[in-house]
Design a binder for this molecule. Structure first.
Ligand code: BES
Ligand code: ZN
Ligand code: ZN
Length: 500
Protein backbone atom coordinates (compact mmCIF):
# COMPACT_ATOMS: atom_id res chain seq x y z
CA UNK A 1 0.00 0.00 0.00
CA UNK A 2 2.95 2.33 0.55
CA UNK A 3 4.92 3.74 -2.33
CA UNK A 4 7.26 5.94 -0.46
CA UNK A 5 7.86 7.48 2.86
CA UNK A 6 8.94 10.88 3.74
CA UNK A 7 10.12 12.04 7.11
CA UNK A 8 7.84 15.07 6.83
CA UNK A 9 9.58 17.25 4.39
CA UNK A 10 6.54 19.07 3.15
CA UNK A 11 8.21 20.39 0.03
CA UNK A 12 9.02 16.86 -1.06
CA UNK A 13 5.51 15.44 -0.96
CA UNK A 14 4.80 13.56 -4.18
CA UNK A 15 1.01 13.27 -3.92
CA UNK A 16 -1.83 15.53 -4.96
CA UNK A 17 -4.04 14.85 -1.94
CA UNK A 18 -2.62 15.19 1.53
CA UNK A 19 -4.60 13.65 4.39
CA UNK A 20 -3.88 15.27 7.74
CA UNK A 21 -5.15 14.00 11.06
CA UNK A 22 -6.07 17.07 13.06
CA UNK A 23 -6.52 16.79 16.78
CA UNK A 24 -7.45 19.27 19.43
CA UNK A 25 -4.44 21.54 20.04
CA UNK A 26 -2.55 20.69 16.89
CA UNK A 27 -0.02 23.31 17.96
CA UNK A 28 1.27 20.73 20.44
CA UNK A 29 2.33 18.38 17.68
CA UNK A 30 5.98 18.26 16.80
CA UNK A 31 5.92 19.41 13.18
CA UNK A 32 2.98 21.82 13.27
CA UNK A 33 5.09 24.96 12.85
CA UNK A 34 6.81 23.50 9.82
CA UNK A 35 3.44 22.56 8.38
CA UNK A 36 2.05 26.06 8.80
CA UNK A 37 5.09 27.73 7.43
CA UNK A 38 4.89 25.58 4.31
CA UNK A 39 1.15 25.62 3.65
CA UNK A 40 0.37 29.01 5.15
CA UNK A 41 -0.52 30.56 8.49
CA UNK A 42 -4.13 31.00 7.35
CA UNK A 43 -4.66 27.32 8.19
CA UNK A 44 -4.16 28.23 11.83
CA UNK A 45 -7.00 30.77 11.53
CA UNK A 46 -9.27 28.12 10.04
CA UNK A 47 -8.47 25.75 12.86
CA UNK A 48 -9.19 28.46 15.42
CA UNK A 49 -12.46 29.44 13.76
CA UNK A 50 -13.52 25.80 13.57
CA UNK A 51 -13.67 25.80 9.77
CA UNK A 52 -11.14 23.05 10.01
CA UNK A 53 -12.59 20.91 12.72
CA UNK A 54 -10.77 18.63 15.08
CA UNK A 55 -14.08 16.99 16.02
CA UNK A 56 -13.84 13.26 15.72
CA UNK A 57 -14.58 11.98 12.21
CA UNK A 58 -15.22 15.48 10.75
CA UNK A 59 -13.68 15.72 7.31
CA UNK A 60 -12.87 19.10 5.75
CA UNK A 61 -11.36 19.44 2.32
CA UNK A 62 -9.25 22.52 1.63
CA UNK A 63 -7.76 23.47 -1.74
CA UNK A 64 -4.09 24.35 -1.86
CA UNK A 65 -2.85 27.11 -4.14
CA UNK A 66 0.55 27.58 -5.70
CA UNK A 67 2.15 24.30 -4.86
CA UNK A 68 3.73 21.95 -7.37
CA UNK A 69 2.19 18.72 -6.25
CA UNK A 70 -0.21 19.04 -3.34
CA UNK A 71 -3.56 20.25 -4.68
CA UNK A 72 -5.71 19.77 -1.62
CA UNK A 73 -5.57 18.86 2.02
CA UNK A 74 -8.14 16.59 3.54
CA UNK A 75 -8.29 17.27 7.24
CA UNK A 76 -9.81 14.54 9.35
CA UNK A 77 -10.75 15.34 12.92
CA UNK A 78 -9.37 12.93 15.46
CA UNK A 79 -10.55 14.82 18.53
CA UNK A 80 -8.72 14.95 21.80
CA UNK A 81 -5.68 12.70 21.61
CA UNK A 82 -5.98 11.95 25.32
CA UNK A 83 -9.50 10.57 25.04
CA UNK A 84 -9.07 8.91 21.72
CA UNK A 85 -9.78 5.20 21.53
CA UNK A 86 -8.18 2.89 19.01
CA UNK A 87 -11.54 2.32 17.39
CA UNK A 88 -11.95 6.11 16.97
CA UNK A 89 -8.81 6.32 14.85
CA UNK A 90 -9.88 3.32 12.82
CA UNK A 91 -13.33 4.82 12.25
CA UNK A 92 -11.99 8.24 11.33
CA UNK A 93 -9.71 6.74 8.73
CA UNK A 94 -12.45 4.40 7.56
CA UNK A 95 -14.37 7.55 6.67
CA UNK A 96 -11.31 8.99 4.97
CA UNK A 97 -11.18 5.79 2.89
CA UNK A 98 -14.80 6.34 1.90
CA UNK A 99 -14.12 9.97 1.04
CA UNK A 100 -11.18 8.95 -1.17
CA UNK A 101 -13.47 6.43 -2.83
CA UNK A 102 -15.82 9.20 -3.87
CA UNK A 103 -13.23 11.84 -4.80
CA UNK A 104 -10.82 9.34 -6.39
CA UNK A 105 -7.53 11.24 -6.15
CA UNK A 106 -4.68 9.84 -8.19
CA UNK A 107 -2.20 9.96 -5.36
CA UNK A 108 -2.51 10.26 -1.63
CA UNK A 109 -0.14 11.17 1.15
CA UNK A 110 -1.06 10.61 4.78
CA UNK A 111 0.32 12.54 7.70
CA UNK A 112 -0.75 12.02 11.29
CA UNK A 113 1.11 14.59 13.34
CA UNK A 114 2.99 13.23 16.28
CA UNK A 115 2.62 14.55 19.79
CA UNK A 116 5.75 13.10 21.25
CA UNK A 117 8.89 11.52 20.02
CA UNK A 118 7.36 8.20 21.04
CA UNK A 119 7.48 6.12 17.91
CA UNK A 120 5.45 3.28 19.43
CA UNK A 121 2.43 5.53 19.77
CA UNK A 122 2.89 6.69 16.20
CA UNK A 123 3.25 3.12 15.01
CA UNK A 124 -0.01 2.13 16.69
CA UNK A 125 -1.79 5.02 15.09
CA UNK A 126 -0.31 4.14 11.70
CA UNK A 127 -1.58 0.58 12.04
CA UNK A 128 -5.08 1.74 12.91
CA UNK A 129 -5.15 4.35 10.16
CA UNK A 130 -4.05 1.86 7.51
CA UNK A 131 -6.65 -0.64 8.65
CA UNK A 132 -9.38 2.00 8.51
CA UNK A 133 -8.25 3.35 5.14
CA UNK A 134 -8.05 -0.09 3.59
CA UNK A 135 -11.43 -1.26 4.82
CA UNK A 136 -13.18 2.07 4.30
CA UNK A 137 -12.16 2.30 0.66
CA UNK A 138 -13.51 -1.14 -0.18
CA UNK A 139 -16.08 -1.31 -2.92
CA UNK A 140 -17.85 -4.22 -4.55
CA UNK A 141 -19.35 -3.76 -7.99
CA UNK A 142 -20.40 -7.32 -8.62
CA UNK A 143 -21.37 -8.14 -12.15
CA UNK A 144 -23.03 -4.99 -13.42
CA UNK A 145 -22.41 -4.61 -17.14
CA UNK A 146 -23.07 -0.90 -17.06
CA UNK A 147 -21.73 0.16 -13.73
CA UNK A 148 -21.88 3.87 -13.17
CA UNK A 149 -19.36 3.61 -10.41
CA UNK A 150 -15.97 2.96 -11.95
CA UNK A 151 -13.70 0.65 -10.03
CA UNK A 152 -11.40 2.55 -7.77
CA UNK A 153 -8.56 1.14 -5.85
CA UNK A 154 -6.89 3.13 -3.18
CA UNK A 155 -3.62 4.26 -4.72
CA UNK A 156 -0.37 3.41 -3.04
CA UNK A 157 0.06 5.75 -0.16
CA UNK A 158 2.89 8.08 0.60
CA UNK A 159 3.26 7.95 4.35
CA UNK A 160 4.73 10.93 6.15
CA UNK A 161 6.20 10.08 9.50
CA UNK A 162 7.56 12.30 12.21
CA UNK A 163 9.70 9.81 14.09
CA UNK A 164 11.35 6.44 13.51
CA UNK A 165 10.11 5.98 10.00
CA UNK A 166 10.86 2.28 9.85
CA UNK A 167 8.73 1.18 12.78
CA UNK A 168 5.84 3.39 11.80
CA UNK A 169 5.96 2.21 8.20
CA UNK A 170 6.02 -1.45 9.15
CA UNK A 171 2.96 -1.01 11.37
CA UNK A 172 1.20 0.82 8.58
CA UNK A 173 1.93 -2.13 6.35
CA UNK A 174 0.53 -4.55 8.93
CA UNK A 175 -2.65 -2.46 9.04
CA UNK A 176 -3.03 -2.70 5.30
CA UNK A 177 -2.36 -6.44 5.33
CA UNK A 178 -5.21 -6.78 7.82
CA UNK A 179 -7.52 -4.61 5.71
CA UNK A 180 -6.70 -6.44 2.48
CA UNK A 181 -7.58 -9.77 4.06
CA UNK A 182 -10.88 -8.40 5.38
CA UNK A 183 -11.70 -7.15 1.89
CA UNK A 184 -10.91 -10.54 0.36
CA UNK A 185 -13.32 -12.17 2.80
CA UNK A 186 -15.96 -9.58 1.88
CA UNK A 187 -15.64 -10.46 -1.80
CA UNK A 188 -16.07 -14.15 -0.99
CA UNK A 189 -19.23 -13.45 1.02
CA UNK A 190 -20.64 -11.23 -1.74
CA UNK A 191 -19.97 -13.67 -4.56
CA UNK A 192 -23.16 -15.46 -5.61
CA UNK A 193 -23.65 -19.16 -5.04
CA UNK A 194 -23.64 -20.02 -8.74
CA UNK A 195 -20.13 -18.62 -9.01
CA UNK A 196 -18.65 -19.48 -5.63
CA UNK A 197 -19.45 -23.20 -5.48
CA UNK A 198 -17.67 -25.53 -3.08
CA UNK A 199 -15.35 -26.43 -5.98
CA UNK A 200 -14.49 -22.76 -6.51
CA UNK A 201 -13.99 -22.17 -2.80
CA UNK A 202 -11.58 -25.10 -2.89
CA UNK A 203 -9.71 -23.55 -5.81
CA UNK A 204 -9.52 -20.23 -4.02
CA UNK A 205 -8.05 -21.95 -0.97
CA UNK A 206 -5.61 -23.91 -3.13
CA UNK A 207 -4.27 -20.68 -4.58
CA UNK A 208 -4.03 -19.10 -1.15
CA UNK A 209 -2.14 -22.17 0.02
CA UNK A 210 0.27 -21.89 -2.91
CA UNK A 211 0.87 -18.20 -2.35
CA UNK A 212 1.78 -18.69 1.30
CA UNK A 213 3.30 -22.17 1.08
CA UNK A 214 0.76 -23.77 3.36
CA UNK A 215 0.49 -27.53 3.30
CA UNK A 216 -2.77 -27.68 1.39
CA UNK A 217 -5.29 -30.45 0.93
CA UNK A 218 -8.57 -30.00 -0.88
CA UNK A 219 -10.51 -33.22 -0.34
CA UNK A 220 -13.24 -34.22 -2.80
CA UNK A 221 -16.28 -36.42 -2.38
CA UNK A 222 -14.42 -39.72 -2.65
CA UNK A 223 -11.91 -38.80 0.05
CA UNK A 224 -14.68 -37.40 2.22
CA UNK A 225 -16.49 -40.73 1.88
CA UNK A 226 -13.33 -42.60 2.79
CA UNK A 227 -13.03 -40.50 5.92
CA UNK A 228 -16.60 -41.42 6.83
CA UNK A 229 -17.84 -37.85 7.06
CA UNK A 230 -21.47 -38.85 7.11
CA UNK A 231 -22.66 -35.48 8.37
CA UNK A 232 -21.02 -33.41 5.63
CA UNK A 233 -22.15 -35.99 3.07
CA UNK A 234 -25.75 -35.88 4.30
CA UNK A 235 -25.92 -32.13 3.74
CA UNK A 236 -24.34 -32.55 0.31
CA UNK A 237 -26.63 -35.45 -0.65
CA UNK A 238 -29.17 -33.34 -2.59
CA UNK A 239 -26.56 -31.41 -4.52
CA UNK A 240 -25.08 -31.80 -7.98
CA UNK A 241 -21.93 -30.11 -6.67
CA UNK A 242 -19.34 -32.19 -4.87
CA UNK A 243 -18.49 -31.24 -1.30
CA UNK A 244 -15.02 -30.05 -0.36
CA UNK A 245 -13.05 -30.37 2.81
CA UNK A 246 -10.46 -27.61 2.69
CA UNK A 247 -7.38 -28.02 4.83
CA UNK A 248 -4.53 -25.50 5.12
CA UNK A 249 -1.66 -26.09 7.50
CA UNK A 250 0.70 -23.35 8.54
CA UNK A 251 3.59 -24.93 10.37
CA UNK A 252 5.65 -22.45 12.37
CA UNK A 253 7.67 -24.75 14.58
CA UNK A 254 9.68 -27.86 13.84
CA UNK A 255 7.28 -30.11 15.68
CA UNK A 256 3.58 -30.12 14.81
CA UNK A 257 2.41 -29.36 18.31
CA UNK A 258 0.41 -26.76 20.19
CA UNK A 259 -1.84 -26.35 17.20
CA UNK A 260 -4.77 -23.98 16.92
CA UNK A 261 -7.53 -25.01 14.52
CA UNK A 262 -9.70 -22.46 12.74
CA UNK A 263 -12.81 -24.24 11.54
CA UNK A 264 -15.22 -22.58 9.13
CA UNK A 265 -18.75 -23.26 7.88
CA UNK A 266 -18.61 -23.10 4.11
CA UNK A 267 -22.22 -23.51 2.95
CA UNK A 268 -22.14 -21.83 -0.46
CA UNK A 269 -25.92 -21.62 -0.55
CA UNK A 270 -28.44 -22.68 2.09
CA UNK A 271 -31.93 -23.41 0.78
CA UNK A 272 -32.77 -25.06 4.09
CA UNK A 273 -33.17 -28.40 2.32
CA UNK A 274 -36.54 -30.12 2.84
CA UNK A 275 -37.05 -27.91 5.88
CA UNK A 276 -37.03 -25.28 3.18
CA UNK A 277 -36.62 -21.59 3.87
CA UNK A 278 -39.29 -19.04 2.99
CA UNK A 279 -39.03 -16.99 -0.18
CA UNK A 280 -37.78 -14.04 1.82
CA UNK A 281 -35.65 -16.02 4.28
CA UNK A 282 -33.72 -17.69 1.48
CA UNK A 283 -32.43 -14.47 -0.08
CA UNK A 284 -28.90 -13.73 1.06
CA UNK A 285 -28.03 -17.34 1.76
CA UNK A 286 -25.09 -17.09 -0.63
CA UNK A 287 -23.37 -15.64 2.43
CA UNK A 288 -23.66 -18.84 4.42
CA UNK A 289 -19.95 -19.37 3.91
CA UNK A 290 -19.04 -16.30 5.98
CA UNK A 291 -17.26 -18.54 8.50
CA UNK A 292 -15.12 -20.03 5.75
CA UNK A 293 -14.35 -16.53 4.48
CA UNK A 294 -13.29 -15.43 7.97
CA UNK A 295 -10.95 -18.39 8.28
CA UNK A 296 -9.44 -17.84 4.81
CA UNK A 297 -8.99 -14.14 5.51
CA UNK A 298 -7.24 -14.92 8.80
CA UNK A 299 -5.00 -17.43 6.99
CA UNK A 300 -4.04 -14.72 4.51
CA UNK A 301 -2.84 -12.51 7.36
CA UNK A 302 -1.06 -15.46 8.96
CA UNK A 303 0.60 -16.22 5.63
CA UNK A 304 1.78 -12.62 5.36
CA UNK A 305 2.94 -12.09 8.93
CA UNK A 306 4.08 -15.66 9.70
CA UNK A 307 3.55 -15.71 13.49
CA UNK A 308 5.24 -18.34 15.61
CA UNK A 309 2.21 -20.57 16.07
CA UNK A 310 1.02 -23.71 14.31
CA UNK A 311 -2.33 -23.24 12.66
CA UNK A 312 -4.64 -25.57 10.80
CA UNK A 313 -7.62 -24.25 8.88
CA UNK A 314 -10.44 -26.70 8.21
CA UNK A 315 -13.42 -25.70 6.09
CA UNK A 316 -16.36 -27.95 5.28
CA UNK A 317 -18.04 -26.77 2.10
CA UNK A 318 -21.15 -27.71 0.15
CA UNK A 319 -24.48 -26.16 -0.71
CA UNK A 320 -27.66 -27.35 1.01
CA UNK A 321 -30.11 -28.32 -1.71
CA UNK A 322 -33.24 -30.38 -2.31
CA UNK A 323 -33.63 -33.20 -4.83
CA UNK A 324 -34.77 -36.81 -4.91
CA UNK A 325 -31.51 -37.66 -3.18
CA UNK A 326 -31.50 -35.01 -0.49
CA UNK A 327 -31.44 -35.90 3.19
CA UNK A 328 -34.72 -35.49 5.07
CA UNK A 329 -36.09 -34.93 8.53
CA UNK A 330 -36.23 -38.22 10.48
CA UNK A 331 -33.11 -39.50 8.74
CA UNK A 332 -30.43 -40.83 11.04
CA UNK A 333 -26.85 -40.25 9.95
CA UNK A 334 -23.44 -41.27 11.27
CA UNK A 335 -20.81 -38.59 11.68
CA UNK A 336 -17.07 -39.09 11.23
CA UNK A 337 -16.71 -39.32 15.01
CA UNK A 338 -19.05 -42.33 15.04
CA UNK A 339 -21.77 -40.38 16.86
CA UNK A 340 -25.19 -40.84 15.28
CA UNK A 341 -27.50 -37.90 14.63
CA UNK A 342 -31.25 -37.75 14.26
CA UNK A 343 -32.17 -35.09 11.69
CA UNK A 344 -35.09 -33.03 12.88
CA UNK A 345 -34.43 -30.04 10.64
CA UNK A 346 -32.40 -30.06 7.42
CA UNK A 347 -31.97 -26.31 7.77
CA UNK A 348 -29.78 -26.91 10.81
CA UNK A 349 -27.06 -28.06 8.40
CA UNK A 350 -24.19 -25.85 9.55
CA UNK A 351 -23.69 -27.72 12.79
CA UNK A 352 -23.60 -30.98 10.83
CA UNK A 353 -20.79 -30.00 8.50
CA UNK A 354 -18.93 -28.40 11.42
CA UNK A 355 -19.22 -31.62 13.41
CA UNK A 356 -17.15 -33.51 10.85
CA UNK A 357 -14.75 -30.60 10.33
CA UNK A 358 -14.08 -30.41 14.07
CA UNK A 359 -13.54 -34.18 14.26
CA UNK A 360 -11.06 -33.90 11.39
CA UNK A 361 -9.25 -31.00 13.09
CA UNK A 362 -8.89 -33.03 16.28
CA UNK A 363 -7.55 -35.97 14.34
CA UNK A 364 -4.94 -33.60 12.86
CA UNK A 365 -3.72 -32.69 16.31
CA UNK A 366 -5.67 -29.54 17.17
CA UNK A 367 -5.04 -28.42 20.77
CA UNK A 368 -7.31 -25.40 20.49
CA UNK A 369 -10.37 -25.03 18.29
CA UNK A 370 -12.22 -21.95 17.15
CA UNK A 371 -15.19 -22.54 14.88
CA UNK A 372 -16.79 -19.67 12.97
CA UNK A 373 -20.16 -19.93 11.32
CA UNK A 374 -23.25 -18.12 10.12
CA UNK A 375 -25.02 -20.69 12.23
CA UNK A 376 -28.34 -19.47 13.56
CA UNK A 377 -31.01 -16.84 13.21
CA UNK A 378 -31.16 -17.23 16.98
CA UNK A 379 -28.00 -15.20 17.48
CA UNK A 380 -29.68 -12.27 15.70
CA UNK A 381 -32.70 -12.52 17.99
CA UNK A 382 -30.40 -12.58 21.00
CA UNK A 383 -27.76 -10.00 20.06
CA UNK A 384 -28.81 -8.13 16.93
CA UNK A 385 -26.80 -7.50 13.80
CA UNK A 386 -23.78 -5.89 15.43
CA UNK A 387 -22.60 -8.51 17.88
CA UNK A 388 -21.03 -11.86 17.26
CA UNK A 389 -22.26 -14.54 19.66
CA UNK A 390 -19.82 -16.87 21.38
CA UNK A 391 -19.77 -20.06 23.42
CA UNK A 392 -16.76 -21.59 25.09
CA UNK A 393 -15.62 -24.44 27.31
CA UNK A 394 -12.38 -22.79 28.43
CA UNK A 395 -12.17 -19.58 30.45
CA UNK A 396 -8.49 -18.91 29.87
CA UNK A 397 -8.63 -19.42 26.12
CA UNK A 398 -11.72 -17.25 25.96
CA UNK A 399 -9.96 -14.49 27.87
CA UNK A 400 -7.15 -14.39 25.33
CA UNK A 401 -9.74 -14.35 22.59
CA UNK A 402 -11.64 -11.47 24.17
CA UNK A 403 -8.43 -9.45 24.47
CA UNK A 404 -8.00 -9.93 20.74
CA UNK A 405 -11.55 -8.87 20.00
CA UNK A 406 -11.11 -5.79 22.18
CA UNK A 407 -8.02 -4.91 20.20
CA UNK A 408 -9.75 -5.23 16.83
CA UNK A 409 -12.99 -3.61 17.95
CA UNK A 410 -15.06 -6.55 16.71
CA UNK A 411 -17.73 -6.93 19.38
CA UNK A 412 -18.28 -10.42 20.78
CA UNK A 413 -20.68 -11.48 23.51
CA UNK A 414 -20.70 -14.82 25.21
CA UNK A 415 -23.84 -16.87 25.89
CA UNK A 416 -24.01 -19.73 28.36
CA UNK A 417 -23.98 -23.41 27.48
CA UNK A 418 -25.42 -25.38 30.36
CA UNK A 419 -25.75 -29.07 31.20
CA UNK A 420 -29.45 -28.70 30.55
CA UNK A 421 -28.74 -27.41 27.03
CA UNK A 422 -26.45 -30.38 26.42
CA UNK A 423 -29.15 -32.74 27.66
CA UNK A 424 -31.53 -31.42 25.06
CA UNK A 425 -28.96 -31.80 22.28
CA UNK A 426 -28.48 -35.44 23.39
CA UNK A 427 -32.18 -36.17 23.54
CA UNK A 428 -33.25 -38.60 20.84
CA UNK A 429 -35.11 -41.91 20.79
CA UNK A 430 -33.07 -43.20 17.89
CA UNK A 431 -29.63 -41.58 17.88
CA UNK A 432 -26.90 -40.10 20.10
CA UNK A 433 -27.82 -36.52 19.23
CA UNK A 434 -30.53 -34.53 17.49
CA UNK A 435 -29.73 -31.56 15.30
CA UNK A 436 -32.57 -29.28 16.38
CA UNK A 437 -33.72 -29.38 20.01
CA UNK A 438 -36.01 -26.36 19.68
CA UNK A 439 -36.31 -22.76 18.72
CA UNK A 440 -35.93 -21.41 22.26
CA UNK A 441 -32.40 -20.06 22.71
CA UNK A 442 -31.32 -21.95 19.65
CA UNK A 443 -28.03 -20.15 19.12
CA UNK A 444 -26.91 -22.20 22.10
CA UNK A 445 -28.16 -25.46 20.62
CA UNK A 446 -26.38 -24.76 17.34
CA UNK A 447 -23.03 -24.08 18.95
CA UNK A 448 -23.55 -26.65 21.68
CA UNK A 449 -24.04 -29.31 19.02
CA UNK A 450 -20.59 -28.52 17.61
CA UNK A 451 -19.27 -28.71 21.16
CA UNK A 452 -20.36 -32.35 21.37
CA UNK A 453 -17.65 -33.15 18.81
CA UNK A 454 -15.03 -30.88 20.35
CA UNK A 455 -15.27 -32.67 23.69
CA UNK A 456 -12.51 -31.48 26.07
CA UNK A 457 -10.30 -29.52 23.69
CA UNK A 458 -10.31 -25.80 24.59
CA UNK A 459 -12.86 -24.36 22.23
CA UNK A 460 -14.61 -21.18 21.18
CA UNK A 461 -17.68 -21.11 18.98
CA UNK A 462 -18.47 -17.91 17.05
CA UNK A 463 -21.90 -17.39 15.53
CA UNK A 464 -21.61 -14.63 12.93
CA UNK A 465 -25.07 -15.03 11.36
CA UNK A 466 -25.85 -11.43 12.37
CA UNK A 467 -22.48 -9.81 11.75
CA UNK A 468 -21.18 -11.40 8.56
CA UNK A 469 -23.38 -9.40 6.23
CA UNK A 470 -24.83 -5.90 6.69
CA UNK A 471 -27.91 -4.40 5.14
CA UNK A 472 -26.48 -0.89 5.17
CA UNK A 473 -23.18 0.88 4.73
CA UNK A 474 -21.04 1.56 7.80
CA UNK A 475 -17.84 3.46 8.65
CA UNK A 476 -15.68 0.61 7.43
CA UNK A 477 -17.42 -0.20 4.21
CA UNK A 478 -20.51 -0.67 2.08
CA UNK A 479 -23.42 -2.99 2.71
CA UNK A 480 -22.79 -6.66 2.10
CA UNK A 481 -20.08 -8.93 3.45
CA UNK A 482 -18.20 -7.45 6.39
CA UNK A 483 -15.27 -9.82 6.73
CA UNK A 484 -16.09 -10.01 10.43
CA UNK A 485 -13.70 -12.06 12.60
CA UNK A 486 -10.89 -12.05 10.03
CA UNK A 487 -8.95 -9.57 12.14
CA UNK A 488 -9.86 -11.03 15.51
CA UNK A 489 -8.86 -14.57 14.51
CA UNK A 490 -5.53 -13.38 13.12
CA UNK A 491 -4.92 -11.25 16.20
CA UNK A 492 -5.71 -14.23 18.42
CA UNK A 493 -3.11 -16.33 16.61
CA UNK A 494 -0.57 -13.50 16.89
CA UNK A 495 -1.26 -13.18 20.60
CA UNK A 496 -0.92 -16.89 21.19
CA UNK A 497 2.37 -16.81 19.28
CA UNK A 498 3.64 -14.01 21.53
CA UNK A 499 2.71 -15.96 24.65
CA UNK A 500 5.21 -18.64 23.74
N1 BES B 1 -27.63 -20.34 7.59
C1 BES B 1 -28.66 -20.38 8.57
C2 BES B 1 -28.52 -19.28 9.64
C3 BES B 1 -28.61 -17.86 9.17
C4 BES B 1 -29.78 -17.17 9.36
C5 BES B 1 -27.53 -17.21 8.63
C6 BES B 1 -29.87 -15.84 8.97
C7 BES B 1 -27.61 -15.91 8.23
C8 BES B 1 -28.78 -15.21 8.41
C9 BES B 1 -28.67 -21.72 9.28
O1 BES B 1 -28.23 -22.80 8.55
C10 BES B 1 -30.09 -21.97 9.67
O2 BES B 1 -30.90 -22.10 8.79
N2 BES B 1 -30.36 -22.02 10.97
C11 BES B 1 -31.65 -22.25 11.46
C12 BES B 1 -31.55 -23.33 12.50
C13 BES B 1 -32.86 -23.84 12.97
C14 BES B 1 -33.54 -24.57 11.83
C15 BES B 1 -32.65 -24.79 14.11
C16 BES B 1 -32.16 -20.96 12.07
O3 BES B 1 -31.38 -20.28 12.73
O4 BES B 1 -33.31 -20.62 11.86
ZN1 ZN C 1 -29.78 -23.71 7.39
ZN1 ZN D 1 -26.87 -22.37 7.03
Amino acid sequence: MIISTNAVLFDEIQSETLVVGVSKHPENTTKWEAFLSYFGEHILEWVKSGDISSDLKKIVKVPVANKETVKRILFVGIGDRKQLTQENIREAFGLVGKELLSSKPESVAVWIPSFTSDSTADADVAYLAAEGLGMGSFTYEGYKTTSNVPDYYLPAIELLTDVDTEEVVSYFEVGSIYADAVNEARILVNTPGNVLTSTQLGEYARELGETYEFETEILGKKEIEELGMGALLAVNQGSVEEPRLIVLKYQATEAWEDVIALVGKGITFDTGGYSIKTKTGIVGMKGDMGGAAAVLGAMQIIGELRPNKNVIAVIASTDNMISGNAFKPDDVITSMSGKTIEILNTDAEGRLVLADAVTYAKQQGANYIVDVATLTGGVITALGYDKTGALTNDEEFFETFMESSLETGEFVWRLPLTENDKKRIRKSDVADLNNSPGSDGHMIFGGGFVGEFVENTPWIHLDIAGTSDTKSAHDFGPKGGTGVMVRTLATLVERMADEE
